[in-house]
Ligand binder design. Structure first.
Ligand code: NAP
Length: 297
């Protein structure tokens, strides 16, 4: 087997962010609109704080009106609902993102339902999930939409291909499977969703022309689980201890890259693959919301 194509996220994310920058200028200069993104972080989970910091930095860099609300761990559900309501009613706010996980005393679903679907730039509100499933335009969940953008950018054909999505979370696995099954460009795949109830996961994953993995298990998918020549998309982001690393850990995917890469035709690295797409898609959703794209649908 020849060397696999390394599907890096950076060129894809950069292309999207360049377009976002042009769209921001257009909205500001031609329509007098500064796209506004409000991000809410409750508590001090270090990984969440890092994600929120990156979102804040990127949106400022692009000229968005970016506001981050950092609230203490003991914030009540009511206080958070009040803030969401305020943001819903603020015309300068086009995108609202409440970073998960939330502290256990706050009902995540209740908060998601409270966000105005038009401003739901995470694409997690049930109205937007429904739109995704029936193929109506709306904000798409960022990571799955980013995967589809990568497949399109690298001209990975999906139509008629066997796609196996491992993982069925509401934020990655299920929406990704739905996007791949849509009757449109970047879709039309024959999709299987696998999860922890599979008796023989390898028998399922070996059928995949395109294998997409989002399970949160470091290096779980080995070469024996992948068909020769498959395209492998690794969504996993896992910290594993590494005393030699500066921070004491390194980041690996759900796929054992060194084992699997020689067997496949194309593969996303971790880090440097899908992970870079999420923020790019978030910016794209925010601009689309500011432009009013989600108002009519
Ligand atoms: N920006 C990004 O790139 C980005 C964004 C989001 C998530 N992620 C990463 O993607 C990974 C998944 O995230 P998530 O939020 O979707 O995770 P999650 O909510 O924990 O869901 C994990 C899914 O994987 C399945 N699973 C777990 N162990 C399995 C096994 N041994 N065999 C088969 N299926 C198994 C679970 O099955 P059950 O449903 O049966 O329990 C579940 O459906 C994580 O590493 C996360 O950090 C990356």
């Amino acid at each position: 087997m020849s060397e696999p194509i390394i599907l890096k996220g950076k060129p894809v994310a950069d292309a999207i962010l360049d377009q976002v920058a042009r769209d921001v200028n257009y909205l500001k200069e031609e329509r007098g609109i500064t796209p506004g993104l409000s991000v809410v972080l409750v508590g001090d989970d270090p990984a969440s704080a890092t994600y929120v910091g990156s979102k804040e930095r990127k949106s400022r860099e692009l000229g968005l009106n970016s506001v981050t609300y950092r609230m203490p761990e003991n914030t009540s559900e009511e206080e958070l609902l009040d803030l969401v309501e305020r943001l819903n009613n603020d015309p300068t706010v086009h995108g609202i993102l409440v970073q998960s996980p939330l502290p256990s005393h706050i009902d995540y679903n209740k908060i998601t339902l409270a966000i105005n679907p038009v401003k739901d730039v995470d694409g997690f509100h049930p109205v937007n999930v429904g739109k995704l499933v029936i193929g109506l335009p709306g904000p798409l969940p960022c990571t799955p939409a980013g995967v589809v953008e990568m497949l399109k950018y690298y001209k990975v054909a999906t139509s008629g291909k066997r796609a196996v999505v491992v993982g069925r979370s509401n934020i990655v696995g299920k929406p990704l499977a739905n996007l791949l099954a849509q009757k449109r460009d970047g879709g039309n795949a024959i999709v299987t969703i696998a999860h922890s109830a599979a008796d023989d996961l390898g028998a399922i994953t070996r059928e995949a022309d395109i294998l997409l993995v989002a399970i949160g298990r470091p290096n779980f998918i080995g070469s024996d689980m992948v068909k020769e020549g498959a395209v492998v998309i690794d969504v996993g982001i896992n910290r594993v201890d590494d005393p030699d690393a500066k921070r004491g850990y390194r980041v690996v995917g759900d796929v054992d890259y060194n084992q699997v890469a020689p067997k496949c035709s194309a593969i996303t690295p971790v880090p440097g693959g899908v992970g870079l797409m999420t923020i790019a898609m978030l910016m794209q959703n925010t601009i689309a919301s500011a432009r009013g794209d989600f108002n009519q649908s």
